[in-house]
Design a protein around this ligand. Structure first.
Ligand code: SP5
Ligand code: ZN
Length: 342
């Protein structure tokens, strides 16, 4: 399959994130993409192509225009205030605060458009995120033109980014943007299957009241795992979207068989929905060696995952999400794609 890739991801390189009150080096770093690129090339997955000329219109259909406008200008405003470090939010409007009035203060806006202090906004964050969206759209266009599958190899990831907020290392929701593009081109049903360790809260929020995009997520139980405040099994969708959202929270320590049991339940829902496009939010932070996650999937399981996705027999778009065991992410991503193709 074709792999869509750009060096533009390198412009997003955060220095620190906050964890338990301490500054720790960012887990989501440029080397991640380097290892994935090397591994998919070594595995002979397919040609590596740059982004094609695509309309970026789907961006403002999944994200609020005022949120995109904020991100676009954020670095220039932050540095004009005399700052030289990455921008990290420190104040947030919780329940009862107003969201209809955008404060003038930069830090207040940063908090209004985010939900954690683990996602530094850097000099190149906007450009890198935009490039990732363009690659996802290029891969989507390739599948729409008749390819069986495509892989968008980009970072920062996207599935935690919601209609008007960033967080969880994500700014633009690449999977959602690609799904919206397919809908705008006439597709009636798109499924997004999120296999990242963390719940895809952003993607869920974007499509929660819609029937044209089915969302399914396997993830660490939000009672104990990030992002904590969404991802329970009783979140089934709302209004027209009722019945099109499926969460499979799993306990920390979850091993191969239990994870694949949940996957097969999710796959049955995809089959029943019969989507014209299947998007995989491909995080490999489910790996036993991942430094920030607590599932115990072993290496051979990634090939098995690819085969399970292929068995759904749908045009398929793979979008890179998380995975922080830097040396092994590449091999595990390549194994999914190899399993899909054989
Ligand atoms: C896309 C994605 O996978 N985002 C994940 C964001 C997780 N952010 C919270 C990370 C908490 C860091 N825990 C560090 C444990 C070190 N022992
Ligand atoms: Zn993750």
């Amino acid at each position: 399959m074709h792999i869509f890739y750009s060096d533009a991801h390198r412009a997003h390189a955060g220095q620190f994130e906050f964890f338990r009150g301490e500054k720790v080096p960012c887990f989501e770093k440029p080397e991640r993409a380097d290892f994935v690129l090397k591994a998919v090339q070594a595995a002979g997955i397919g040609p590596v192509l740059p982004a094609s000329e695509v309309s970026m219109a789907p961006l403002s259909r999944v994200h609020a225009p005022r949120y995109l406008a904020f991100l676009e200008r954020a670095w220039e405003r932050w540095t004009a205030l005399g700052n030289r470090t990455d921008a990290i939010p420190s104040v947030w409007p919780i329940r009862g605060f107003r969201s209809d009035v955008e404060p003038d203060n930069f830090q207040a806006q940063l908090g209004m458009y985010s939900f954690d202090s683990g996602t530094p906004f850097t000099a190149g964050s906007w450009q890198a995120a935009l490039s990732g969206a363009q690659l996802a759209l290029s891969a989507q266009a390739h599948v729409a033109a008749g390819a069986r599958a495509a892989f968008s190899l980009a970072r920062p990831p996207g599935h935690h980014a919601g209609p008007d907020f960033f967080g969880g290392y994500c700014f633009i929701n690449n999977a959602a943007v690609a799904a919206q593009a397919a809908i705008d081109q006439g597709a009636q049903r798109v499924s997004i299957l999120d296999v990242d360790y963390h719940h895809g809260n952003g993607t869920q929020s974007i499509f929660y009241d819609r029937a044209d995009v089915q969302f399914l997520s396997l993830h660490g139980d939000p009672r104990t795992e990030y992002p904590f405040y969404l991802g329970h099994a009783d979140e089934l969708g709302a209004g027209a979207g009722l019945g099109f959202n499926h969460n499979y929270p799993l306990p920390a320590g979850c091993t191969n068989e239990r994870w694949f049991d949940a996957l097969s339940q999710a796959c049955s829902q995809v089959q029943a929905y019969a989507p014209e496009l299947l998007i995989i939010s491909l995080g490999v932070d489910t790996y036993v060696g991942d430094p920030i996650s607590k599932f115990r999937l072993d290496k051979p399981e990634y090939r098995r995952l690819g085969a399970a996705i292929a068995a759904l027999r749908r045009p398929t778009l793979f979008i890179l999400e998380g995975g922080y065991a830097v040396a092994e992410i590449g091999e595990n991503v390549a194994a999914v794609l190899t399993g899909f193709e054989h």
